[in-house]
Ligand binder design. Structure first.
Ligand SMILES: [Ca+2]
Length: 211
């Protein structure tokens, strides 16, 4: 009866991959100890014919006990840093202005549309290694050409002459209103700087007088 059990066990085991086959079931000794991995493979390695197969893991060594540093010897360029993967690596180029496997290729932000130049204030986007710059139109300034030069103020999205910062902005015929970038004129006067007469008024001796 015992020999029959053993035969059944061997028959079943012969069709299995090595692994759970060699348990000491029913008091039986291992059938072939040379096919066992002892001690057991680490880190998810599988035992194949007595040898640890680590190929599906990020480890190496007889027992898959040594973590592989895939970044060893890899030099990411331009400030990118290596990210150790599972039998692979990648260079993280984030924020470097470069792309490519090793962060070796400059990104042309101007053609890729990622440059932050203000379209209203920028005459030309200029690509450069690792970055870009914005060449500003007159009246605009700042890295992205999104600020107004001194003496100008943002009004309706454009940088206009800052009326209220001029001397006598309203020619003594009104009060300057920064929100409008124009003057609130006294009765009889009109135009941005109150230097014209309203209908029904005409210039006379430097004043708008009714006629
Ligand atoms: Ca660039």
């Amino acid at each position: 009866m015992r020999s029959r059990l053993l035969l059944v066990f061997v028959a079943v085991c012969s069709s299995w991959s090595v692994g759970g086959c060699f348990v000491d079931a029913a008091g039986l000794a291992p059938l072939d100890s040379t096919l066992l991995c002892s001690p057991a493979c680490s880190n998810g390695g599988t035992c194949v014919d007595g040898v640890c197969d680590c190929s599906a893991t990020d480890y190496e060594g007889d027992l898959c006990e040594v973590l592989i540093d895939d970044c060893d010897g890899i030099a990411c360029e331009n400030g990118g840093f290596c990210v150790d993967g599972r039998r692979s690596y990648s260079c993280d180029c984030d924020g470097s202005g470069y792309e490519g496997d090793l962060c070796q290729t400059d990104i042309d932000e101007c053609t890729e549309g990622t440059a932050t130049c203000d379209p209203k204030g920028t005459a030309t986007c200029v690509n450069s290694p690792g970055g870009f710059s914005c060449d500003c139109k007159p009246r605009y300034t700042g890295d992205d050409c999104d600020e107004c030069e001194d003496g100008y103020i943002r009004h309706d999205g454009e940088c206009d002459v800052d009326v209220c910062r001029r001397s006598y902005p309203c020619n003594s015929h009104g009060i300057c209103n920064p929100a409008k970038n124009a003057c609130d004129c006294d009765e009889g006067y009109t135009a941005t700087r109150c230097d014209a007469c309203e209908d029904g008024y005409r210039w006379s001796g430097g004043y708008c007088v009714q006629y």
